[in-house]
Design a protein around this ligand. Structure first.
Ligand code: HAM
Length: 438
């Protein structure tokens, strides 16, 4: 048996409805905020990620799926979406559009060669969004609001928003020097990974999972203490906008994030829900004012975030909403060959009218067909035997009330629509909408 690759997952028919529901909420919330979808390729030139996510980041050093294609070009399965969006904005000159900021979102698979565990796969999915072209701190706050609106729409409680600022390029350079000077005499007290990070990306030492309780890190200088006046003003304005919206955030002075392109605001969303296991971080993002220029575009500031969709779905499991199959409107039970042929025609008409219908394709006996109708959650069973075939009628059984009526073929569609409407309005057919003719 050929099995799936480690760290990948099949989304089976019984689960796909949850994904589609999540995607629906994502699309709706994105529309509320004025974001439109962008779809970029899932593989890109490897250089794109080296120059954006960063050569010294764990993602590029240890986790990318890189390969030479048959033309000997080095390509990489995207580990995240931001770099591709930026590449596309530059390549398609979207930065020159009159309607700024550009507001784009994406949903799709990402690839990271990580140690798989609950909530962490090698192929996973992100919903991400990027707002590009504005320096305004209001946009940083708007992005956090967008992320929290999604969580509210999903009814996900207990989500913490942690926020920090890394400052602009001068703030980051100043901080890096201070941090290196502090760590230099203490570096032997930290883990092996930190000793390596100290040399090529000292900021990431703050994010170490192994040394997170170490007093060396607790007492280390923090980026917030080295912000230039402009960077400080930006961060305070972001916090002011968040306060204005009544959004609660926690300042986490050690938050640095795992990608190299951030400047100014960085944030993460954490949920304390048992179904998430050890992966409490359901999303993260921040501002990246220099990335467009780094990748060969003009000076074009941006801010964005991404959620892990598997983690959102795991978090939703904590709400205890069990998956229910979508009920269908009608199941047609045809008895005999002639009835089957007529059944196909009737079903076609009902489906063209927008009713969700099914029938038996397994030669089940009558009882088995009723059972199948029940499995599919059919509201109506439509029974067509030789007698009905001869008279041009069909028996319609309402599975909720148990009432059975005989209906002419030509009346079947309006009859079902009327019953479904009455049910939706809880009016017994009395309200104006239901009593008017279809
Ligand atoms: P990130 O923090 O690397 O940010 O990933 C965002 C989210 O993707 C994480 O919070 C997590 O929920 C999910 N995620 C990451 N790796 C895995 C994995 N191996 N398995 C399951 N879920 C995972 C970014 O990717 C940035 N591009 C976000 C951003 C957009 N910043 C600015 N714009």
């Amino acid at each position: 048996m050929i099995t799936k690759i480690k760290g990948t997952q099949d989304i089976l028919p019984a689960e796909s409805r949850r994904w589609q529901d999540l995607e629906d909420v994502i699309f709706q919330v994105s529309r509320l905020y004025g974001f439109r979808e962008i779809r970029t390729p899932i593989f890109e030139a490897s250089e794109l990620f080296h120059r954006s996510v960063g050569d010294t980041s764990d993602i590029v050093k240890k986790e990318t799926y890189d390969f030479a294609d048959r033309g000997d070009r080095m390509v990489t399965l995207r580990p995240e979406g931001t770099a591709s969006v930026v590449r596309s904005v530059i390549e398609n000159k979207l930065y020159a559009e009159p309607s700024l900021p550009l507001k784009m979102y994406y949903v799709g698979p990402m690839f990271r060669y990580e140690r798989p565990q609950k909530g962490r796969q090698r192929q996973f999915h992100q919903f991400g969004a990027e707002a590009m072209g504005s320096y305004s701190p209001q946009v940083d706050a708007e992005m956090i609001a967008y992320a929290t609106t999604l969580l509210a729409a999903l009814r996900l409680p207990k989500v913490r928003v942690k926020i920090n600022s890394l400052g602009d390029t001068p703030s980051k350079a100043l901080y890096r020097d201070q941090l290196m000077a502090y760590l230099q005499p203490r570096i032997d007290g930290l883990c092996e990974d930190c000793r390596a990070r100290f040399l090529d990306n000292p900021l990431r030492v703050l994010d170490c999972k192994v040394d997170k309780e170490s007093p060396i890190l607790a007492e280390a200088p923090k980026p917030l203490d080295f912000l230039t006046p402009e960077a400080k003003a930006h961060f305070e304005a972001v916090l002011g906008h968040l306060r204005g919206m009544g959004l609660e955030v926690q300042i986490d002075k050690s938050l640095v994030r795992g990608l190299d392109y951030y400047t100014h605001t960085v944030f993460e969303l954490e949920a304390d829900l048992p179904t998430l296991g050890a992966q409490a971080t359901i999303g993260g993002g921040g501002r990246y004012n220099d990335l467009v220029e780094t990748l060969g575009g003009p000076s074009f500031p941006a801010v964005g975030f991404a959620f892990g969709m598997e983690r959102l779905l795991l978090a939703l499991e904590s709400l205890g909403e069990a998956e229910k199959p979508e009920p269908i409107h009608a199941f047609l039970i045809a008895l005999g060959e002639g009835a089957r042929t007529k059944a196909s025609e009737l079903l076609l008409r009902l489906r063209h009218g927008g009713l969700i219908c099914d029938t038996d394709f397994m030669d089940r006996p009558l009882k088995g067909q009723f059972k199948q109708a029940e499995r599919l959650g059919a509201r109506f069973c439509l029974i067509l035997g030789d007698d009905e075939l001869a008279k041009g009628v069909i028996n319609v059984k309402d599975t909720e009330t148990g009432v059975q009526e005989t209906v002419e073929w030509a009346q079947l569609y309006p009859y079902l629509v009327q019953k479904i409407r009455e049910h939706a309005h809880h009016c017994g057919g009395e309200c104006a909408d239901c009593s008017e003719d279809c």
